[in-house]
Every structure is written in structure tokens, then in C-alpha cells.
Design a protein around this ligand. Structure first.
Ligand code: SF4
Length: 354
């Protein structure tokens, strides 16, 4: 199964991806310049020309621009200058780097771009982002109906909500129904987020990121998660990490027939993380600490070492086939005790923190 991976305009990383194009289904990237319009926190900005050069180097790999902020400032929906600037950049990337489409979460923003009636819109697929949390065919259809009205192309793929990774019956049913109605659409699954199962903090976290990217507040998302969010939750009950609907590299093939590609995330963790993670999923095997492959739960790698190989052979069947009635079940707790080693605190090299 091929991978969809983040793209960062870094020469070393671009060369790495160039050598892996046979394994890559698509890449996705931040627009980087100016306003932050994607769902992650602001990090190093890159000029449009540099971004375009990096994208060109990857030839015919499908390329998606992330415009998937949970929301943008309401004033921007009617701001013609802003909307045209975004579409100018997309037009530049379509003509110079043949990008395939955009990823969105905020359907108002999609409609606002469509209202400009710019020609470039009909050249781009609009793909609902993973944070649209599409977990049923009806929900997918609802998104597709809106996209059809905008004049953007229907998506060539859809990333289903991560909760379906651990509910194979619903995954198969949802994927089949979507394919029947919207053939030749492809189904993608997110493998390595490592968030809480049906995370109760999700919507508020996405909103806090948008507030911060809009500069309405300084970024407090990490601190909030450490005090009263997912970090605090996993710190108290680390065994609950095993319920997180991640897909191990070894288990990718179990989704054959239900999914066409696997998405990897973690672009804010830097290129060394991505090298390691992408290699593991290409090889479908990883000998290291499972936390080192996770995005949101990467920080747990400082506290625990779960030897990924020790989860073989029963992990997939147990966690996808269980009752999810955790109050009456100790399996995850027992498995965590058996496989996770608490680490002594180590001070990292400065360069490893970048
Ligand atoms: S029901 Fe048991 S095996 Fe399933 S997620 Fe809950 S604790 Fe883990």
C-alpha cells in the first residue's frame, strides 16, 4: 500500500522523497507564506518559489496544499484581496508544480474561494481533511454535495476518520458505499497520529490552534494539553495509548481491500522523525520504540519504550476485535505493563529538539 506523506521544502528531505516515489501516493504541504491556513501551528516560513521548486522535484506524485485550518477569521470570508492572494498562490503552484488539489476543513472558506469564480478552482480537487472526521458514507456524501456546488473537482481520495481503523466492519461498509457512489475514489487511512480514541479534546484543540494562527492569542496549546488535555490523560493512564487507533507498519496489509493508501503525519516533528517513520512504513516493519513513530504521542517516547516488535503477533486482532468495553477489560493495561519500559529521564541534545 502506498503512502501519503508530509512535504517540507528541505533539500535533504526532498532528495529522500525523490528516491521513494514508487512508494508515495501523494504529498501534502503547507502554503507556508503569509497567513497560516493549515491546521498546524506556525513554523518556519518558506517562499513560494522555493516551495514550488521542491514540489517540481517530485515529478508526477500527487500534491495537495493544506488549507485545512478548522476556521479562519470571519472577516476573511468576504475579503476579496485575501481570497485572491490565496488563489494567486494556488494558480502559481498549478502552473509551476502541477499541484492536484487542496485539503480543507472549513466549508465556509471553500465556498468563499468558490465565490471568486476564479478559473483555477476547476483545476483543483477539494479533499475534506482528516479533521472533518468522516466516519460514515452519509457524512462523505454531504461533503461531496457541497464540493460539487463550488466548482472544485471532487476528490480523488478521501481520508476516513481514524476511529474506523479499529472498527473494521464499519470501515469496510463505509468505504464500499463511498466507492459505489463515487467511483473511482480511493480510501485513505491515517496511521500514526497517536491521539486518544475518539479524542474528547479534538475540536477544542483544533480551535485553539486556529486562534493562535490567527494571532488572536499566543500559542498555549502544548501547555493546555500538558495541564488539562491529552498529555495529562496519557501521563496518568499511559496504557490508554494502546486504544489509540494507530496502525503499526506491520499491520498495514491487514487493511488491503478496505483502504488504498496510508497517510502519515508528523511534519512539525522535523525531517529526522519523517525519515525514520516513512522508512518504517515502507519496510512495513519497525524494531524501535513505537512512540518514535507517533505524531501527537511522540512526547511519550521520552518516558516509555514500547518495543514495537513485542506487540506481535496478536496486537491487531485483539485491538480491532475487542468489545471496547474497557471498564470490564484489562487487556490494554496488561499489554502495556508487559511491553512498555519506563525510561530514566535523559537530557536531549539541543539539535535533537529542533
Ligand atoms: S476493551 Fe480491552 S482491549 Fe479493547 S480497548 Fe478497551 S481495554 Fe483495550
Amino acid at each position: 500500500m502506498k503512502l501519503s506523506v508530509p512535504f517540507i521544502p528541505d533539500e535533504k528531505y526532498t532528495d529522500f522523497l525523490k528516491n521513494k516515489t514508487l512508494n508515495i501516493e501523494s504529498i501534502y504541504f503547507s502554503l507556508h507564506s503569509g497567513q497560516v491556513l493549515d491546521s498546524r501551528l506556525r513554523f518556519k516560513e518558506t517562499g513560494l518559489h522555493e516551495l514550488s521548486k521542491g514540489l517540481q522535484a517530485l515529478g508526477s506524485v500527487k500534491k495537495y496544499c493544506l488549507l485545512n485550518s478548522r476556521f479562519i477569521h470571519p472577516g476573511l470570508y468576504n475579503d476579496k484581496l485575501f481570497l485572491n492572494q490565496v488563489l494567486d498562490k494556488l494558480e502559481f503552484l498549478v502552473s509551476h508544480s502541477t499541484i492536484t488539489g487542496i485539503v480543507f476543513s472549513d466549508a465556509y472558506f471553500l465556498n468563499a474561494m468558490a465565490a471568486t469564480k476564479r478559473d483555477v478552482i476547476s483545476c483543483l480537487e477539494a479533499v475534506p481533511g482528516i479533521n472533518c472526521m468522516i466516519d460514515s458514507s452519509q457524512k462523505a456524501v454531504s461533503f461531496f454535495e457541497i464540493i460539487e456546488q463550488t466548482g472544485f473537482k471532487l476528490p480523488g481520495k478521501i481520508v476516513l476518520d481514524r476511529s474506523l481503523n479499529r472498527n473494521l466492519k464499519q470501515l469496510e461498509k463505509t468505504g464500499n458505499k463511498i466507492k459505489q457512489q463515487y467511483s473511482p475514489i480511493k480510501i485513505e487511512l491515517l496511521a500514526n497520529e497517536g491521539c486518544i480514541y475518539y479524542c474528547p479534546f479534538k475540536f477544542a484543540h483544533d480551535a485553539q490552534i486556529s486562534f493562535s494562527n490567527l494571532r488572536i492569542t499566543t500559542d498555549k496549546t502544548l501547555r493546555t494539553n500538558q495541564r488539562i488535555g491529552c498529555h495529562a490523560h496519557f501521563f496518568k493512564t499511559p496504557e490508554n495509548f494502546l486504544k489509540s487507533p494507530f496502525i503499526r507498519p506491520e499491520d498495514m496489509d491487514r487493511y488491503k481491500g478496505m483502504a488504498d493508501s496510508i497517510k502519515l503525519c508528523g511534519r512539525t516533528l522535523g525531517i529526522n522523525f519523517l525519515f525514520n517513520c516513512i522508512e518504517a512504513y515502507i519496510k512495513k516493519s519497525y524494531k524501535g520504540n513505537l512512540f518514535n513513530l507517533m505524531d501527537a504521542a511522540y512526547w511519550l517516547s521520552d518516558l516509555y519504550h514500547i518495543k514495537n516488535k513485542n506487540l506481535d503477533p496478536g496486537f491487531f486482532n485483539t485491538l480491532t476485535g475487542c468489545t471496547k468495553d474497557c471498564k470490564r477489560c484489562n487487556i490494554c493495561q496488561d499489554l502495556f505493563i508487559k511491553t512498555a519500559k519506563k525510561k530514566s529521564l535523559e537530557i536531549k541534545n539541543y539539535k535533537d529538539c529542533l
